[in-house]
Design a protein around this ligand. Structure first.
Ligand code: SAM
Length: 350
């Protein structure tokens, strides 16, 4: 056990649950459990960059389950109530159900969710549910097998993902949220088909504008399909009405089908940024804390953990980081900002 102490910033005397410089509280923590993925979606992990030669994080640099759980507990003292496991692909982290079990026992956590490509859900859903996972969000960009394979650039068929979604529903991980990244010229025509298939109380489909995360996907503004356009196209076939947000900080704008039968959402980070309500922090698989999806600098929590800092010291550090937070990248985005140095989404956690 290392004993060397890290120098901590001066602790603050404000209330335990801090607001950042824009008055935003800390409520959600997204935890990346691995930077590896078994898909190579070109908009996230293009094969030309994330090929055989790519150096992923070695095992000893990943936070252990004990370290993640300890941090989750400290984050609850600062106001975090919701955890989301992500990556990379979280289901490829060995022993994931054990981590879910440990996190579900953390006092103060009200919601425990996971974002996944569902390639392993058909077999894992029951055990994850039984371990304490409450909900899943599944990424699915097309129902058409050929287009699905283009969008995911991996060896899996779309049927495997569809089975995973059903396994999640049967296991009670409901409503199953289905994330669809819509990219101009790639899968616009799939949006309506996915909305139609997953209409009903057990599912919520959310259309995501293609974002300039990281710097390897060659993002261009002209590839973005604005959320308003998606809503209009779906609304022509399935009439929609706007719904109020469930809570402050909800990323998706909600719409319900007129006459019942469920709802859909749009995550319009590019055309309708929602930084003003962002209550999320992100923890990378190697223990760096990021206060924005588009950040280029993280805070090394693993070093703190492994240098013997106690919980109060770590809490003071997190308090200080959050209190200074001023990020509002999506509101400041211009055609030029995508060239800035940004961390890859597969590393920071989607
Ligand atoms: N592997 C998991 C999955 O596929 O859901 C979790 C990680 S993935 C990075 C999380 C989410 O980010 C997915 O829904 C994915 O579609 C989305 N995503 C990745 N790159 C994106 C981009 N450039 N624009 C918008 N969404 C993106």
């Amino acid at each position: 056990m290392p004993t060397k102490k890290t120098t901590l910033p001066p602790s603050t005397t404000e209330a335990a649950s801090p607001a950042d410089t824009l008055g935003r509280p800390l409520r959600d923590l997204r935890i990346s459990v691995t930077d590896r993925c078994n898909f190579r979606c070109p908009y996230c992990m293009p094969k030309e960059v994330f090929g055989r030669e790519y150096k992923f994080l070695p095992q000893d640099q990943l936070l252990s389950f004990e370290e993640i759980t300890r941090l989750a507990g400290i984050f609850t003292s600062l106001g975090v109530r919701k955890l989301r496991l992500t990556g990379g692909e979280p289901t490829i982290r060995r022993g994931l159900p054990k981590l879910v079990r440990m996190l579900s026992a953390v006092e103060g956590i009200e919601d425990l969710a996971m974002t996944t490509n569902a390639s392993r859900l058909a077999t894992m859903a029951p055990e994850l549910r039984e371990s304490g996972l409450r909900r899943v969000t599944v990424s699915l960009d097309s129902l058409d097998d050929a287009r699905f394979r283009e969008m995911s650039d991996a060896k899996f068929s779309v049927d495997l993902v569809l089975e995973g979604i059903e396994a999640a529903r049967r296991a009670g991980l409901v409503p199953v949220k289905i994330n669809v990244v819509v990219k101009r010229g790639a899968n616009e025509e799939d949006a309506l088909a996915i909305a139609q298939r997953y209409r009903g109380p057990d599912y919520i489909v959310r259309f995501i504008e293609y974002m300039d995360v990281g710097k390897t996907n060659g993002w261009r503004m002209k590839d973005v399909v604005p959320a308003a356009e998606i809503i209009e196209a779906i609304g022509r076939e399935l009439p929609l009405e706007a719904v109020d947000p469930n809570y402050r900080g909800e990323v998706a704008r909600r719409w319900r089908y007129a006459g019942g039968k469920g709802e859909i959402g749009v995550i319009a980070s590019v055309t309708q940024p929602f930084c003003g309500d962002c209550t999320r922090a992100r923890l990378s698989a190697d223990g760096r804390l990021y206060t924005c999806l588009f950040a280029n600098r993280g805070h090394d929590l693993r070093k703190l953990l492994r240098s013997g800092a106690n919980d109060d010291e770590i809490e003071a550090f997190l308090h200080d980081v959050w209190s200074r937070r001023a990020d509002r990248y999506s509101e400041e985005r211009t055609e030029k900002t995508p060239d800035s140095d940004k961390i890859e989404m597969s590393y920071i956690g989607g």
